[in-house]
Design a protein around this ligand. Structure first.
Ligand code: NAD
Length: 353
């Protein structure tokens, strides 16, 4: 066995159907008695349910969480934290709401519990992306790692099929990049393979029937494992490209992951051991990039950056940005092949193995 390094943050996870009912107990374990509830405007009803469960210990709510954690939104929530003398945070929702909870934790060191409702995986990572003046920056800091996670499969039943597909592919992307990460270890490889397997098996069933509870459970389990991978190791080309496309060109997060992933896999097919694991996890044969592409198509996920609103003239600039900061990647990052990759993704063409 090769050398490896492993580190684990303290994290409590409770998983199941109906586990939201345990919210009061989990908040008590955090030692919080004056809690702030966080959601997006679309999920405000979830704050109502949490309020009912928590009673007077839910002293405040903020339902304005937004994509990419704008610092102005965080400032509004921070005003409530101070005015209501909040001593704990409960984030209910996807990566956007979780990002806001992390931004508050970073500024206050308050204990922090997450009830995730998508497959993005942010709840188990020490990573926070924030936007200020239209620029997104990402930090890795243990202070933003949530202390506890309550996964309730029932809360994912309402995630629409299209969002389930793109969110699930976003999770699979974390695991694929963990398979070839230079700082990976035997545990991340196991988690990555099992996470991909679970999501790839469950997502087609969810798209066919969003209320398929066993499939929802398997997908959420897979998303947890993929999120753990993201939290453990460094990401590479795929995440850098998506970060560039989202941060500098305003493309939507999960959809962009769906489009770019098969092309990033094709670019990195030199990572033969990772590719063999990926194929096994997908239960596929042949070329791994084409297998990922086939999964995205089967799920009805977007396959073209043009359809997501990217302008053709931005391809060259995106390639330039993505190639400008070197980072570890199985195949060296070079501008010309990255531009070719982006052009294929823009056109909606299948990946070139
Ligand atoms: P999201 O949180 O932006 O949610 C998208 C929409 O779906 C929102 O309107 C939300 O209210 C709604 N929604 C969420 N769950 C729902 C449900 N069960 N039923 C119905 N509607 C539901 O989407 P996301 O993809 O989870 O998060 C994207 C953000 O998370 C991005 O900003 C991304 O950068 C960040 N992210 C961060 C990390 C990390 O580790 N820091 C990891 C992954 C994603």
């Amino acid at each position: 066995m090769e050398r490896f390094h492993f580190e684990s943050a303290r994290l409590r996870v409770r998983f199941g159907t109906g586990s939201f009912a345990h919210l009061p107990e989990e908040v008590e374990r955090l030692g919080a008695t004056r809690v702030l509830l966080l959601t997006t405007p679309q999920q405000a009803a979830l704050a109502d349910r949490a309020q009912e469960l928590l009673g007077p210990s839910a002293v405040a709510r903020f339902t304005g969480a937004a994509m990419h954690t704008p610092v102005e939104v965080t400032a509004q929530a921070m005003a409530l934290v101070e005015a209501e003398r909040v001593d704990g945070v409960v984030a209910l929702g996807g990566g956007s709401t979780i990002g806001l909870g992390k931004a508050i934790a970073l500024r206050t060191a308050l204990p922090h519990l997450v009830v995730p409702t998508t497959y993005a995986g942010s709840e188990v990572t020490p990573i926070l992306g924030q936007t200020e003046g239209g620029r997104k920056t990402t930090l890795r800091d243990l202070r933003v790692q949530p202390n506890a996670v309550l996964y309730d499969v029932d809360l994912t039943l309402t995630l629409p099929p299209a969002a389930s597909a793109t969110s699930g592919l976003n999770a699979i992307a974390h695991a694929i990049e963990a398979l070839y990460a230079p700082d990976g270890n035997p545990l991340t490889a196991l988690m990555a393979e099992e996470g991909i397997r679970g999501l790839a098996a469950a997502l087609p069933r969810i798209v066919a029937d969003p209320e398929d509870r066993p499939a929802r459970a398997e997908a959420l389990y897979g998303a947890w494992l993929c999120g753990l991978c993201l939290g453990q190791v460094g990401m590479a080309l795929h995440h850098k490209l998506c970060h560039t496309l989202g941060g500098s060109f305003g493309l939507p997060h999960a959809e962009t992951h769906s489009v770019v992933l098969p092309h990033a896999v094709a670019y990195n097919s030199v990572a033969t051991e990772a590719m063999a694991r990926l194929l096994r996890a997908l239960g596929a044969e042949g070329d791994p990039a084409l297998a990922v592409h086939a999964l995205a198509v089967r799920l009805g996920a977007p396959t073209s950056l043009r359809a997501l609103g990217m302008a053709e003239e931005d391809i060259a600039r995106a390639a330039e940005i993505a190639a400008s900061n070197p980072y570890p990647n199985p195949r060296p990052i070079a501008r010309a092949p990255i531009e070719a990759l982006l052009r294929r993704a823009w056109e909606g063409a299948p990946p070139v193995p």
